[in-house]
Design a protein around this ligand. Structure first.
Ligand code: NAP
Length: 270
């Protein structure tokens, strides 16, 4: 069921037992104007999801079942790309807005789903990174890239992340290259003694991914010019870092139509 912003929003979380999903579900449960009504995950518990505020909500392995029983206005998805593309379509076909943080999907897929959202008079907010500091890092990087000729991106995530590069790193490379209007200089390595050492390349930006225990989500954008470098570094030190951005999107999405990609427009940065 769609709701206007003035109404109390009913929210279901896909991936509710995951790292980010659980954090976001707890945050929703704490907010006075939002109600956590259910959750979806691959393995669920008969006891449901017990939020840190003492509330318990029912969970299921099947989003249609949760849509039917819990009647959310908005779903939040932090799962895996293969699951998210099904979950988003299912929500939009059932008249439910979607806020998506899952990475590993192509922008063309989100554009197509955005058309479905628009056709159904719904909003779809997708952000490769909901941490406001990451949004600001990407914003200033687009400005800097116009004035520096070299750029490398190094991202660091926990050892179990299944996709590489991170959605943030890939989107950063795409956006920085687009804002600059031309490729950066990337001098070809004549002899690579260990294959892949120079990372993946987009528009002359070399992108490197480290996977280590103890990491949450971190990124450096390193610009180079004649005799100088400029490094922008962003660190999400806990999954709580994604909460303010997700809540911003959840509250905004009922008033949006079609695809909103990134939080720039919601933060007045677009
Ligand atoms: P995670 O701990 O592995 O959580 C994902 C959860 O989704 C797991 O509980 C997983 O179950 C579940 N899941 C898998 N398939 C599902 C399906 N079909 N239906 C419902 N649930 C399903 O991963 P995470 O660290 O929370 O990250 C989740 C996603 O968010 C990743 O794509 C990550 O890159 C992205 N992310 C985005 C942001 C952002 O700001 N945009 C920030 C952090 C992470 P199993 O464990 O049983 O597979």
């Amino acid at each position: 069921m769609a709701a206007t912003q003035a109404e109390h929003l009913r929210v279901a979380v896909c991936g509710i037992f995951g790292r980010v999903g659980a954090t976001v579900a707890n945050a929703v449960a704490r907010e006075d104007d939002l109600t956590l009504v259910g959750g979806v995950d691959v393995i669920t518990s008969a006891d449901g999801f017990a939020a840190t505020n003492g509330q318990t909500v029912a969970t299921a392995t099947d989003l249609p079942a949760v849509l039917a029983s819990a009647d959310p206005n908005v779903i939040i998805d932090f799962t895996r790309a293969d699951a998210a593309r099904v979950n988003i379509r299912t929500a939009l076909e059932h008249g439910v807005h979607a806020v998506v943080g899952t990475t590993g999907m192509d922008i063309s897929e989100f554009e197509e789903l955005g058309e479905l959202a628009a056709a159904n008079d719904l909003g779809l907010v997708v952000a490769p990174n909901f941490a406001l500091s990451a949004v600001l890092m990407m914003h200033v990087s687009k400005l800097i890239g116009k004035h520096m000729d070299y750029c490398d991106i190094v991202e660091y995530h926990h050892e179990n992340k299944i996709d590489a590069p991170s959605g943030t790193a890939l989107q950063s490379a795409i956006d920085i290259r687009e804002a600059r209007g031309s490729d950066f200089i990337s001098v070809p390595t004549e002899k690579e003694t260990l294959f892949g050492t120079r990372g993946g390349v987009h528009g002359g930006i070399n992108v490197h991914a480290a996977r280590l225990p103890g990491m949450v989500a971190h990124q450096q954008v390193i610009f180079g010019g004649l005799g100088q470098t400029l490094t922008i570094r962003q660190d999400s030190t806990s999954t709580e870092s994604f909460v303010p951005g997700v809540l911003l999107a959840v509250r905004a999405v009922p008033e949006l139509r079609g695809l909103t990609h990134g939080l720039d427009a919601l933060l007045g940065l677009a």
